[in-house]
Design a protein around this ligand. Structure first.
Ligand SMILES: NC(=O)c1ccc[n+]([C@@H]2O[C@H](COP(=O)([O-])OP(=O)(O)OC[C@H]3O[C@@H](n4cnc5c(N)ncnc54)[C@H](OP(=O)(O)O)[C@@H]3O)[C@@H](O)[C@H]2O)c1
Length: 264
């Protein structure tokens, strides 16, 4: 039986990965700084404490691991600044532990957006692409959760924001997880990169309307400009990979399948 470790297995994407990997019959270990409370654990997952910044618990956590999927994240401050270094540490520890392949989840064309978070994502991808060991970088479009979170956040002050001139190709984390696990098991010694996006490219205005209808929100869909580098990135369609519509679950279907619709 294959042992898959998920660095960040307690996070949004990581949880989807551990769920998928366990359901597919693999042995699964989650590595993160905090272990979830009993009720929040996925049955069958071996939750271990490991900190990829300090190195604490990492070697022990990687014992007997065949392949590793990295879904670590940090959003701001010192944690964000150290994110690229953490990915280097993940690779070094995995190589030392004899892991056969490491798979990184990151964002499509992150290197083309000057915002700090995106630059950190691009730096991580470069480390994986230049690693001494077999790796796959999975470049992914925005999650449905992110989009729903933006709409829900705006609705609290009466408007569902739709950035002018922006289209999104959102994807379900379950679809992302399927690809990450497939890539972890791919075998061979090559370094690969894969691009994945949701099943449809849709204007943010139409997605906002889908969200409003699904949630019954009384907030008004409001088209507004998004200034700055991230706005320019989105208006140029650099967040889209229409030639790689790997996802199977559309935004409306994803909303319909959720209880507590409308929250991130
Ligand atoms: N959101 C999107 O739309 C989107 C789209 C495409 C790609 N992605 C990429 O997907 C990846 C995962 O994002 P996410 O939203 O799932 O992240 P998340 O929910 O914030 O999860 C991050 C995980 O990393 C762990 N972690 C953070 N620092 C750690 C450390 N020093 N040592 C060990 N574990 C640590 C966290 O657990 P602890 O805090 O307990 O350590 C948590 O399990 C990111 O690289 C992101 O860029 C996101």
């Amino acid at each position: 039986m294959v042992m898959i470790a998920v660095a960040g297995g307690t996070g949004l994407a990581g949880r989807a990965v551990v769920e998928h990997a366990v359901a597919a019959g693999h042995q699964v270990r989650s590595l993160s700084r905090h272990r979830p409370a009993g009720g929040k654990r996925v049955a069958g997952v071996d939750y271990r404490q490991a900190d990829f910044h300090s190195g604490e618990g990492v070697s022990a956590g990687l014992e007997d691991v065949d392949c590793l999927i990295e879904t670590l994240d940090a959003r701001s401050g010192a944690a964000l600044r150290s994110l690229p270094v953490m990915s280097v540490s993940v690779l070094a520890a995995a190589e030392a532990a004899g892991v056969a392949r490491c798979v990184l989840l990151t964002i499509v064309r992150a290197g083309e957006c000057p915002a700090g978070y995106y630059q950190a994502q691009a730096a991580r991808a470069l480390s994986y692409e230049g690693a001494a060991m077999p790796t796959t970088v999975v470049f992914c479009t925005q999650f449905h959760n992110l989009l729903a979170g933006i709409f829900a956040g705006g609705a609290k002050v009466g408007l569902v924001p739709a950035f002018k001139g922006v289209s999104i190709q959102p994807i379900a984390t379950a679809d992302v997880a399927r690809v990450l696990v497939e890539e972890a098991l791919v075998g061979g010694t090559e370094r690969k990169s894969v691009h994945i996006g949701g099943p449809a490219v849709t204007t943010m205005k139409d997605l906002a309307q889908v969200w409003k209808t699904a949630t019954g929100s009384k907030a008004m869909v409001t088209v507004m400009p998004l200034p700055g580098a991230f706005g320019a990135f989105l208006r140029a369609g650099k967040n889209l990979v229409p030639e790689h519509t790997v996802g199977t679950v559309g935004f409306g279907d994803w909303l319909a399948a959720r209880s507590g619709v409308g929250t991130a």
